[in-house]
Design a protein around this ligand. Sequence first.
Ligand code: PLP
Length: 468
Amino acid sequence: MGLNQQWMQRDLEVLWHPCTQMKDHEHLPLIPIKRGEGVWLEDFEGKRYLDAVSSWWVNVFGHANPRIGQRIKDQVDQLEHVILAGFSHQPVIELSERLVALTPDGLDRVFYADNGSSCIEVALKMSFHYWHNTGRPEKKRFVTLTNSYHGETIAAMSVGDVPLFTETYKALLLDTLKVPSPDCYHRPEGVSWEDHSRTMFAAMEQTLAEHHASISAVIIEPLIQGAGGMRMYHPVYLKLLREACDRYDVHLIHDEIAVGFGRTGTMFACEQAGIRPDFLCLSKALTGGYLPLAACLTTNQVYQAFYDDYPTLRAFLHSHSYTGNPLACAAALATLDIFAEDQVIEANKALATRMGSATAHLADHAHVGEIRQTGMALAIEMVKSRDGKLAYPWQERRGLKVFEHALSRGALLRPLGSVVYFLPPYVITPEQIDFLAEVASEGIDIATRDSVSVAVPADFHPDFRDPG
Ligand SMILES: Cc1ncc(COP(=O)(O)O)c(C=O)c1O
């Protein structure tokens, strides 16, 4: 029995993997990874896989990056962790100063959590609590876009709208207001992203006009709805939303957990609209993909609403044991150093262009409904028919075929349903991008070639995506 097989068997005896139907592993190999280097992951038998999805969108400067690794090693000998209530430490202070300086003016306070979903909980609770502290407890509802994803905890799911993740738990979720997404995939033919995004804003305006008195905040994934299939829209929507939130006295929460740190072409997506949200949620690439950490930035105006004598009970008494962990903060500081020293955002422009040109030929593919790109995120939507962008039934799991083909060729592509996407580490080379495009093309050919016979239930919902 090979080494991979041995590790796989031991794993399947005891582990329960995230976002996985474990029965799939009766036929789908689980890949045990021994080491990583740059864009590559290597299994126990020496086979390498190019990590085109940055290991769930977290890695930006490659695996086993020596600069990040060294910073963590230095920190581990100094201080591994300390309670952040009543105590502080150098990495968390320096990181907070850097984040305040890097993000739009006015985001002056940083509250830490230890993963993206908890960061969303922080933002939602803080917004609600702000209105409570300022004498407006009736402002307690949240507005979200259809096809949103904000994480897996109960409140984060409540503001999400990808049925695959939320449907089962519906009975547990908060009552939220859902507004149709400005997602440009389904825009009418001949209409620009900008015009479509503008048009779609009318529904948001109407919801805010009708319900603002009871609304605490609007939460959105700026520019790219990630888990919802890398669906994209124009920055004008963010600008209009900022103006409307100001007019209606409603908070704006930007979930930049997936899109922050250069994914959209700018350091933060909000820069493309020239706006400042009231809450900015960051995680994933914050530590370069090394350690779990999340930061919720907000304004001094919000902070001041909690600042009072203890007996008023206005304090934000939210905590996680590993809040502001020094090792994670050290990794984040090293990551920010690399962004600055290597002028990464500028250098990424050439890589983004290459991603576009390497995949351009797929635009004519009989089963490609759209190729879309925002900065360092590129998505290719496979369709049953280009006519009306007819989706494949999700039960056919076409994306899984691309995944399997890519593995055989030494690439980790993990489509979202029928959406094949690249969200690679920024240390990828132009030649490696060409390789990914080649693998994706072959995979799409294979995945769309055969008819797949699966029973499609009468209540088939084309957007009920399988994460592959
Ligand atoms: C936009 C967005 N928000 C929140 C989350 C949740 O982050 P985490 O998986 O760290 O809980 C994700 C994860 O993919 C995400 O894409």
